[in-house]
Ligand binder design. Structure first.
Ligand code: WTA
Length: 641
């Protein structure tokens, strides 16, 4: 093997290499038989007789798993654990301030979920209705998710960092009738005006009749008497009994908006049975979950990682999961490790961007805390560079803890490519091998399948239970986006290398999506925000390498005639984008461009803009097809950063 390798250590009771090989082969040979058995990890109200019913071909395109079974995922997360682990802690909530901690047992969580489910019902929310959650990382976020699941309502979580406009778009797209929010959020000692943002957003959302507000900070927020209810008042008025609604396996569980190459963010829809099976099995296998573990995934529930590995995966498994309402550098750069020690965290899962940011602050912030409880580390969200992997493994994990680099997407519902900690030899920077039932293919631009050690575009050949089922309200867009670039295959949008050992190395997006600190941002979204500014005529946005964020946002902006480039205007445009989309979309570099490089047919040549942003200006390739090649020279000369 050419790359550094850390051999897997055996552990009794964990999946070893032979067992992984056996499962992988079994699932490839007979996916239906494999999942018929594995699907029993959930409790079904009416057991399924059908299992896999899928086709990626246009003529009979369909994705259905366990299609005639019925179940309830909230009951699977809660009720079925009550007899054996009612007094076990389900959620450890850790606030923004260290030690601001709440332990919630399975029994307590069950009661809270039943009560809030009754609140939703009392507000007229019924099966199939959409409920938007715009919340901090508080226990009530998990309660609201599970309460929706209990009655068959569809939750749509909008990350608390999104602007009122972004929130409004996501509410309108799925016609939510109810919004759950908090007075304010707290992040790194600062307040986030969640309720005020909801008030602004709802000015353009007539479908919303009711807002339920959690008291988080106690801030004095205006309540609209006809529309707004306090959470604590509402739950006090309802009964704590609520029978779980039997749902079909293919009934929707949630919508989560995510950015793509073009257009507005898409409402990724996941359904109940397949998603539940995938969330639970991947949680259990990839994190090698054992009784007594304290599992901490640092993601926010506003992203898919928070859905699958803060809430559903751990609770379906009966695990203890940490919900963290803070940030890695508050009150200081040792926050993660101080918290690990205090809560006795055994499995820790975070994003490469956080690792890189902490690595820069020096080892001392880590080594002053013991971290002896840790036994497994994980990463997700973007490629991890080998230096960061090595630091995580050596300094954070004291070389004792395997690192599982997990590749997946909002669309995939859960992890698809990752090592199993006691089965897979590790190579820093590689997500290693596919999980059972995942059939990766690397194809060239024409769709030809590439064999052996090679590099290409990553597709998946066949369905797995956790796959998204549709784009909310636009099934055609679902098919067009993922199944037409390479007909008959699911196209991930990622580039990937496979080495001689069959290990996969994700190289990053090959489409117009940028991955900023592990958050997906569509270049088109940032462009349309910029163009909406009165002084901007045209904008083109590309990704650029960024030491901490992985990728940063580089914007080329052409001003309207008569407008002058200036430093204050640059600041104003940054603020503008923050206001339009949210802080995560704020451009890292803005270059005022007198003109953009275009082909004679008027198409912006992004390839060239990417190279300039990367500083790779010695090698711009063929620019002879440009309408005005002189434009490029100016851009190169005036490159920023
Ligand atoms: C990227 C997050 C390399 C990838 C779960 C993917 C990764 C996008 C990894 C999905 C990883 C995620 N290594 N790249 N381990 N994990 N990505 O939908 O480009 O927010 O397509 O899902 O993140 O981002 P999303």
């Amino acid at each position: 093997m050419t790359d550094a390798i850390y051999p897997a250590t055996r552990h009794d009771g964990s999946i070893d290499a032979a067992e992984y090989d056996r499962r992988y082969a079994a699932a490839a040979r007979d996916p239906d038989g494999y999942w018929r058995e594995a699907g029993r990890c959930l409790d079904w109200i009416a057991p399924y007789t059908q299992v896999k019913d899928t086709s990626f071909e246009e003529a009979d395109f369909r994705i259905r798993w366990f299609g005639d079974g019925s179940l309830n995922l909230a009951a699977n997360c809660l009720d079925r654990h009550l007899a054996t682990r009612g007094d076990q802690v389900a959620i450890i909530w850790e606030g923004d301030e260290p030690g601001e901690t709440r332990h919630v047992t399975y029994r307590e969580l069950h009661e809270q979920v039943c009560r809030f489910a009754n609140v939703l019902k009392a507000q007229g929310v019924a099966k199939g209705d959409r409920v938007t959650l715009y919340l901090p990382m508080i226990v009530e976020a998990a309660v609201a998710m599970l309460a929706c699941a209990r009655i068959g309502a569809i939750h749509s979580i909008v990350f608390g960092g999104f602007s009122p406009d972004s929130l409004a778009n996501r509410i309108q797209d799925c016609d939510s009738k109810l919004v759950v929010t908090a007075d304010e959020g707290c992040r790194g000692g600062k307040r986030v005006p969640l309720k005020a943002n909801v008030d602004k957003a709802l000015a353009s959302c007539p479908s919303v009749a009711r807002v339920i507000v959690v008291r988080r900070t106690g801030a004095d927020v205006p309540m609209n008497e006809d529309r707004d209810l306090w959470w604590h008042d509402a739950v006090a008025q309802v009964s704590a009994d609520c029978a779980p609604e039997p749902l079909n396996a293919e009934d929707p569980l949630f919508i989560l908006y995510t950015s793509g190459s073009t257009g507005k963010p898409k409402g990724v829809l996941h359904t109940t049975g397949g998603y539940g099976v995938w969330a639970q099995t991947t949680f259990r296998d990839v994190f090698d979950w054992r009784e007594g573990d304290v599992f901490w995934c640092t993601a926010d529930v506003g992203w898919v990682t928070g859905h699958s590995y803060v809430v559903y995966g751990p609770l379906l498994s009966g695990a203890t999961t940490v919900m963290f309402d803070g940030v890695p550098n508050y009150p200081d750069h040792g926050r993660f490790w101080e918290t690990v020690d205090r809560l006795g965290v055994t499995i820790f899962y975070t994003a490469p961007t956080a690792i890189r940011a902490l690595m820069r602050e020096g080892d001392d912030w880590v080594t002053r805390h013991s971290r002896t409880s840790l036994r497994l580390l994980g990463t997700v969200g973007e490629p991890i560079n080998p230096e960061a992997w090595d630091w995580y493994h050596r300094v954070v994990g004291d070389r004792r803890c395997p690192v599982v680099d997990t590749w997946w997407q909002t669309e995939t519902g859960g992890i698809l490519i990752a090592p199993l900690p006691h089965a897979t030899d590790l190579k820093p920077g590689s997500a290693t091998k596919p999980l059972p039932s995942v059939l990766p293919l690397l194809v060239d631009a024409e769709g030809k399948v590439l064999d052996g050690a090679t590099e290409g575009n990553l597709c998946i050949a066949d369905s797995w239970p956790g796959q998204m089922r549709t784009v909310w309200g636009d099934h055609e867009r679902f098919f067009q986006t993922y199944f037409t670039t390479y007909p008959g295959r699911y196209f991930t949008g990622d580039g990937c290398r496979r080495d001689a050992d069959g290990y996969y190395w994700i190289t990053g997006r090959v489409d117009d999506v940028i991955n900023v600190s592990g958050h997906r941002m569509g270049t088109a979204e940032v462009e349309s925000a910029l163009v909406a500014h009165a002084k901007v005529a045209e904008a083109a946005v590309v990704g650029m390498p960024h030491e901490v964020k992985g990728q940063g946002i580089y914007a080329y902006v052409t001003l309207n005639a008569g407008e002058e480039p200036s430093e204050p205007l640059r600041t104003e445009l940054r603020q503008w984008v923050r206001g339009e989309i949210g802080p995560i979309a704020s451009p890292d570099a803005i270059q005022f461009a007198p003109a953009l490089p275009k082909t004679r047919s008027g198409k912006i040549m992004r390839r060239i803009l990417r190279k300039i942003a990367e500083g790779d200006t010695g090698n711009l390739g063929d620019i002879s097809t440009l309408a005005d090649p002189g434009v490029v020279e100016t851009l190169v000369k005036e490159r920023v950063g």
